[in-house]
Design a protein around this ligand. Structure first.
Ligand SMILES: Nc1ncnc2c1ncn2[C@@H]1O[C@H](COP(=O)(O)OP(=O)(O)O)[C@@H](O)[C@H]1O
Ligand SMILES: [Mg+2]
Length: 276
């Protein structure tokens, strides 16, 4: 099997000497939704920043669709991996949303007609037709996040890496944003995102990577989040839906299964299974 991402023994310390990653080794499957879960400071952002060369590799290896991340390959890597920053202000610079979205395709050297086609397409896809002429600074956080993701999609990356994609969004806007990301996955893209939210990871991921202090404690299918000792080691709580069934005869492996059991028992679903 070939993987979307292969990371080998990645180590990183920030210029001030703060260590952030210690020997991270990981394979991320194509066309899956992978959650990188960990408490604040566990190294999630630093790991994601390595996926498109936002920070340079100090030690170890990162391969994207079998292409090593290094200076020489950087433009190819940036086309393959769209990185959505935690704070959209870090990726919106133009005077209009349209200009921001056009920036990536223009940088790729596409002709003006193709740029416009792409921008129009992504603007419709993320539902921001009414924002195209607005200056990005005037938008709400949810609107900024959609503008930022539109800018990435205009480059048609195969992999979307999102740093805390729902942080600061209210539940309705977060749900909208999840739908956009789900559609990307349905279209065959690989999605990797960071979160400190165990319920989100349990309900909205195929695979999970649990991090602590710059290392991966465990990675694999999402049902591992039912493992109390693993979660304790990572200083995380059990997901609510896992806690609920901990001592019951039912043994749902996923949040979706747990939600189905609850509905069968006559509980009305209070959420969509993603814990939001
Ligand atoms: N710009 C920076 N300079 C120095 N240390 C940093 C910087 N950014 C993050 N760190 C440190 O690196 C470690 C990992 O941080 P980070 O990757 O941001 O974790 P997470 O995203 O899981 O919260 C933490 O100890 C953090 O304080
Ligand atoms: Mg972070």
């Amino acid at each position: 099997m070939s993987y979307a991402l292969e990371i080998e023994n990645l180590c990183y310390a920030y210029p001030d000497g703060t260590p952030a990653l210690h020997g991270v080794t990981l394979k991320v499957k194509k066309k899956k939704k992978t959650a990188v879960l960990g408490t604040n400071g566990s190294g999630k952002t630093t790991l994601l920043y390595h996926l498109n060369g936002t920070i340079p590799i100090q030690e170890g290896l990162v391969r994207v669709m079998e292409c090593p991340v290094c200076k020489e390959n950087i433009s190819r890597i940036r086309r393959m991996v769209g990185l959505l920053f935690d704070n959209p202000d870090n990726q919106l610079f133009s005077t209009t949303v349209f200009g921001d979205i056009a920036f990536g395709p223009r940088n790729m050297g596409l002709v003006e007609e193709e740029i416009e086609t792409r921008v129009d397409e992504v603007i419709r896809r993320v539902g921001i037709e009414d924002l195209a002429e607005r200056p990005p600074y005037s938008l709400s956080l949810g609107q900024k996040k959609r503008a930022a993701i539109a800018g990435l999609l205009a480059m048609r990356p195969q992999i979307m890496a999102c740093d805390e994609p729902f942080s600061g969004l209210d539940p309705a806007v977060a749900a909208q944003f999840r739908t956009i990301l789900d559609q990307l996955k349905e279209q065959g893209r690989t999605l990797i995102y960071s979160t400190h939210d165990v319920d989100l990871a349990y309900g909205w991921a195929d695979e999970v990577v649990v991090m602590k202090e710059g290392q991966i404690l465990k990675s694999g299918a999402v049902d591992m989040l039912r493992d109390e000792s693993l979660m304790k080691e990572a200083s995380l709580q059990l997901p609510v839906l896992a806690e609920l069934f901990k001592n019951s005869a039912y043994k749902p492996r996923t949040a979706a299964e747990a939600s189905r059991i609850l509905s069968g028992l006559g509980f009305k679903a209070a959420s969509d299974g993603a814990g939001l």
